[in-house]
Design a protein around this ligand. Structure first.
Ligand SMILES: *[C@@H]1O[C@H](CO)[C@@H](O)[C@H](O)[C@H]1NC(C)=O
Ligand SMILES: [Zn+2]
Length: 444
């Protein structure tokens, strides 16, 4: 009888302390480490490419995972390669790495602890009810972002319109913001499209974009830069594309990248939505191997989120002159083409805008971005948003912006959200100037 009571008491304690159900499935990455490898020869690169192939073929990417996109293993890529290694594989991994004379440092010796710290750094309790709970000292759940978008539309009806594009695979709404002050003369303004978070784990993307949106809208009428940006340009903003994947990175696996669609033809979940557009689909830098991070999907536009994005752009095609799609973390301003190493005829104009924008960005905190074609800087990646925007959306300036890395890859500390927002704002201000100068306003 006594034993029974004790057991009951123990159960009671477990119940009262229990966290929401979702937490029980969270991948804690206990004992995992992140190693950063620096390559200095083609032989070493070949070794890693082969290793990655081997891991994928043997479904071992849960044991050793390349966090750096495999496309980034291009020969002239200057940045280190981050690899997540399980405790069971560490000895073997290090032995092989040393055999290949690959330089390595332990970038994170206790991944589980870092992930917990990231989660609890700025708990949601800090939220002010006023703006839907949004802050830029933490990475927020999708629900908070949703409430914030609704707050903006309700509070600034003259400047902000919110529309729903449709529901994600798992049933979450995707939203599009339109920011801008209507012209008194009724003329149509040129527009800039911005989207973020097509890759689930690149948290700084949506955080940066919402910070820029907030700055423009809340400073309208008090800051001349923000005022001009909303007076001269209309901004279409899709702050979170891959909503299901984004939630999954909060609840289960911090390094999930793809969508969460159950594939009709295989057991692996999701596809890389940034390989799923139909321009030169599967040409290079994408695969039909479904358990990889660059799985292009069984066919172009298999992912509904991609369809929403392209439909929304095409509906506003006459107005949109620039498309900026935000990712992390490589600190580069990437231009078409990403399907092979050729560039469009007007590449030089695109590059000039990129140079001006990234110079303005660098001025604020000294972060230096590379500017060039996707393929030339990072390696081919066919089926991406910017290629689609340029080729099918007929948008002259189509750009992939890879935001801050600073040695943290996808886990940029939340203290860097505001600096990232402010410096990237400088870049989009340059974009706004170029677009306005080139296109001005047209009669309605
Ligand atoms: C307006 O915003 C810009 C861009 O962040 C900034 O450089 C400038 O100092 C601000 N102006 C005022 C008056 O706050
Ligand atoms: Zn990305």
């Amino acid at each position: 009888m006594k034993l029974f009571v004790i057991v009951l008491a123990a159960v009671a304690v477990v119940v009262t302390n229990s966290l929401p159900v979702e937490v029980s499935t969270r991948k804690t990455y206990k004992g995992y480490k992140i190693h950063r490898l620096s390559l200095d020869s083609q032989k070493q690169l070949d070794y890693l490419v082969n290793l990655n192939e081997f891991l994928m073929e043997n479904d071992m990417n849960g044991e050793i995972a390349f966090l750096t996109e495999t496309a980034l293993l291009a020969p002239d890529f200057r940045k280190p390669v981050s690899v997540l290694v399980s405790p069971g594989q560490e000895v073997e991994f290090l032995k092989r790495t040393e055999e290949q004379a690959i330089q390595h440092v332990v970038a994170d010796a206790d991944v589980a602890k870092s992930l917990e710290a990231e989660r609890y750094m700025s708990p949601e309790t800090k939220r002010t009810v006023k703006n839907g709970g949004m802050t830029w000292d933490a990475y927020h759940r999708y629900q908070t972002i949703e409430r914030y978008l609704q707050h903006l539309a309700n509070t600034y009806p003259e400047l902000v319109q919110l529309t729903t594009l449709g529901k994600s695979y798992e049933g979450r709404y995707l939203y599009l913001l339109k920011l801008g002050k209507a012209r008194a003369d009724g003329k149509t303004k040129p527009a800039v499209w911005m989207d973020a978070q097509i890759h689930a784990r690149e948290w700084i993307a949506a955080a940066t974009v919402t910070h820029m949106v907030n700055k423009m809208v809340t400073e309208y009428g008090t800051n001349s830069t923000s005022t001009r940006m909303l007076d001269q340009i209309d901004w279409y903003v899709l702050p979170v594309i891959n909503v299901d994947g984004y939630e999954f990175t909060h609840t289960v696996d911090r390094w999930w990248r793809k969508t969460r669609r159950v594939n009709p033809f295989n057991v692996a979940i999701g596809a890389d939505p940034n390989r799923n557009y139909d321009h030169m689909w599967m040409h290079q830098g994408a695969t039909q191997q479904a358990n990889t991070d660059v799985y292009a999907g069984a066919y172009p536009f298999s992912e509904i989120e991609n369809v929403y994005l392209t439909d929304a752009v095409l509906e506003r095609k006459a107005q949109i002159k620039t498309l900026l799609t935000f990712h992390s973390a490589a600190e580069v301003w990437l231009l078409p083409w990403g399907y092979d190493s050729s560039v469009p005829d007007d590449f030089e104009e695109l590059r000039q805008m990129g140079l001006k924008a990234t110079q303005a960005l660098e001025k604020l905190y000294g972060i230096r971005y590379g500017v060039g074609s996707s393929t030339q800087l990072l390696g081919a990646a066919a089926g991406a948003t910017d290629d689609w925007g340029k080729a099918k959306g007929m948008i002259k300036y189509a750009v992939t912006v890879e935001l801050r890395d600073q040695g943290y890859l996808f886990n940029l500390p939340p203290e860097q959200i505001i600096p990232s927002g402010l410096e990237t704002f400088e870049a989009i201000n340059v974009v706004a100037e170029v677009v306005y100068k080139e296109y001005g306003a047209t009669p309605d």
